[in-house]
Write a protein that binds this ligand. Structure first.
Ligand code: TXA
Ligand code: MG
Length: 319
């Protein structure tokens, strides 16, 4: 039986022993281990069934604690860090020799972030090493937003699940890099691009169609539920599948042509933050319903909607 609880001292003890636990963040749950312990880092990849070429984010409660591990943070990224950390922002910075190549998959840059969750901040403040943590889902599946989601899939593989409730934001962090004097958004996430641009001016956004992704998380067919997902209009899906085999992920209103218990509305009031909070959870709930297809609609393409749409497009079957 997996241990789920809120015992920070136990979590500290297990991490110091080099073991792997799940931690809550404001974005999604993470699969955490001592970033300075190569055995622990290797175990994270193994538990998640993640290829070693896909690097991990390093979590801390204070950037100053990372100073032996990273180089100077470029001023534009420092500005973002001052404004959005702790929060759903990850920045890429040069690493030193003391940061393992295993964590960065050989890249000379490391991804760092300060998660904004009281339990995990308390945990990090009691550690003298940072935590490497990818999202706590098997590679390729949607991210977990509750402790139970983690227990469902990885429960027998982690030493403890620190339960911080349901993740407030529900989408992963926004990842930004600074290259050739330009801020580049590599992954759309919990900080809307509009908020970043309000602070630093126009940024480059890494789009899905690029053929050579520099963040492996940008690969197509990531973040998909097990049930095939389509963006075809529900009218067309209804011609191909029986009603009882269809799930419909709507943005703000039910569709008249499908029973209500086969539909999930992301936000009845049309609020994109609420939609983000429900997004991964609803995909998981559909996956438990013995469906043949999940039909989804894109949401308004602004704020957190851009990250939701990005995930919908990536997760949808090509037809
Ligand atoms: O919100 C989040 O960021 C969550 C929570 C747990 O913090 N973590 C998360 O980690 O989403 P993960 O591993 O599922 O996604 C991190 C993404 C991956 O696509 C990875 O390729 C990219 O970050 N990444 C990590 N380190 C990188 C690096 N050094 N250079 C480029 N991309 C990097
Ligand atoms: Mg992930």
């Amino acid at each position: 039986m997996t241990k789920i609880g809120t015992d920070i001292s136990l979590a500290v003890h297990l991490l110091k022993e080099g073991l792997i636990i799940a931690i809550p963040t404001e974005t999604v749950y993470g699969l955490a281990g001592n970033a300075l312990n190569e055995d622990a880092v290797t175990n994270i990849f193994t538990i998640k069934n993640r290829p070693f070429f896909d690097p991990l984010i390093v979590h801390t409660d204070q950037l100053s604690k990372l100073s032996p591990l990273i180089g100077t943070i470029p001023e534009p990224l420092q500005m973002l860090a001052r404004h959005f950390m702790p929060g759903p922002l990850t920045i890429l910075v040069e690493k030193t020799e003391q940061m393992s190549d295993l964590v960065t998959s050989g890249s000379r840059k490391v991804a760092i972030r300060i998660p904004n969750h009281p339990l995990t901040l308390a945990l990090l403040s009691r550690l003298d090493f940072p935590l490497a943590a990818p999202s706590a889902n098997p590679f390729g599946y949607v991210s977990p937003t509750t402790a139970q989601h983690v227990a469902d899939q990885l429960g027998d593989k982690v030493s403890y699940i620190l339960d911080g409730g349901s993740c407030q934001i529900g989408l992963e962090s926004t990842i930004v890099d600074y290259r050739e004097n330009q801020i580049v958004v590599l992954r759309k996430g919990g900080i809307p691009i509009e908020e970043i641009e309000a602070l630093v001016g126009p940024v480059q956004v890494y789009e899905q169609s690029s053929s050579r992704p520099s963040a492996p998380g940008m690969l197509d067919q990531h973040y998909a539920p097990s049930t095939p997902l389509t963006l075809q209009p529900l009218e067309e899906v209804l011609q191909k599948f029986k009603k009882e085999k269809i799930g419909y992920l709507a943005f703000d209103k039910l569709h008249p042509d499908l029973p209500n218990d086969h539909q999930k509305v992301l936000s009845p009031s049309g609020n994109l933050s609420e939609a983000a909070h429900h997004f991964f959870r609803y995909l998981r709930e559909f996956d438990k319903m013995d469906l043949e297809i999940i039909a989804a609609t894109l949401v308004p393409d602004r704020d957190l909607g851009r990250a939701i749409n990005d995930k919908l497009k990536r997760g949808a079957i090509k037809n």
